[in-house]
Design a protein around this ligand. Structure first.
Ligand code: SAH
Length: 271
């Protein structure tokens, strides 16, 4: 198994420089290089990947490992727990049947209603930047397919995820239940206002882009907690931010680079 992986890694490294950058994202969200400040990484020397608990009969095992080697480790994600989890969650069960053959390609895919399942690299990056630990309480805005929620649940956190499109919320909930993710809770509602009954959260991840940071979400972040959120104009590029709550009044914001997400839509007018 180990030799096979090393061979796979060498093969992929050889072809990567020629093809990865030319891959056309189908739709948002995806990481886009925006010059200075872009978080598109150089591809550093990478350690041998480590995979755990993958069912041996999984027909997508090799494709998923290839995705992890090229699109996750190869693009600079270093957190071993995140790498392991990306190697475990069956992404092919979160994409529509017509896109099965692209389930492990490093780009977003349509999931209906004009929405997308995020690019695997972005899921891994955002998860890494959240810095969660098992037992943490995490709020996600933008359930979509439920894939990001599954990745978080695999890390042992309690996930509260909100989706504004009813049928997407329903499908994601059924899928997460069927896969046994009992620690992922889906709510069909406008996530702008967060989930006050479950607040405060150790971490908040927003996977649709608002044009400003929603105050209710900031208020639901614990002291020491981290929010990862893309902020920017609808239809344009956004900046991905990691916001850390220092104390009750103060937060620290760090840019993680340029990204492109679907917009955070609103069912109500801003207050
Ligand atoms: N995290 C998802 C992908 C997110 S795509 C995954 O892993 O598949 C962004 C999602 O945010 C879409 O499903 C969209 O319907 C949802 N969304 C947009 N505005 C929202 C809002 N105000 N509240 C909750 N969800 C929202």
């Amino acid at each position: 198994m180990c030799k096979r992986l090393v061979a796979l890694f060498i093969f992929v490294t050889l072809i990567l420089s020629g093809c990865a950058q030319t891959q056309e994202p189908l739709t948002q969200p995806s990481l886009v290089p925006t010059g200075e400040g872009s978080s598109t990484p150089d591809r550093p020397e990478t350690p041998a990947p480590h995979f755990t608990a993958i069912p041996s009969e999984d027909p997508y095992l090799e494709e998923r490992q290839m995705m992890v080697v090229t699109g996750i480790i190869g693009w600079g994600v270093e957190d071993q727990q995140v790498v392991d989890v990306m190697g475990r969650v069956p992404r092919h069960l979160f994409v529509p049947e017509e896109y099965l053959s692209q389930a492990y390609a490093n780009h977003p895919l349509p999931i209906g209603y004009g929405q997308t399942i995020s690019q695997p690299y972005i899921v891994a990056l955002m998860t890494q930047e959240l810095g969660v630990e098992a037992g943490d309480k995490v709020l996600e805005i933008g359930t979509g397919s439920g894939y990001q929620a599954a990745v978080l649940a695999e890390l042992g956190v309690e996930v509260f995820t909100m989706e504004i499109v009813g049928p997407l919320a329903e499908t994601a909930e059924a899928r997460l239940d069927a896969l046994g993710y009992i620690h992922a809770h889906v709510r069909h509602e406008d996530g702008y206002f967060g989930w006050p009954e479950e607040a405060p959260f150790d971490a908040i991840i927003v996977t649709a882009a608002p044009d400003h940071v929603p105050q209710p979400l900031l208020q639901q972040l614990k002291v020491g907690g981290v929010m990862v959120i893309p902020v920017g104009p609808v239809g344009g590029f956004q900046e991905l931010w990691r916001i850390t709550r220092i104390d009750k009044e103060t937060v620290k914001s760090e840019s993680l680079g340029g990204v492109r997400f679907v917009p955070l839509t609103r069912s109500f007018k801003d207050e």
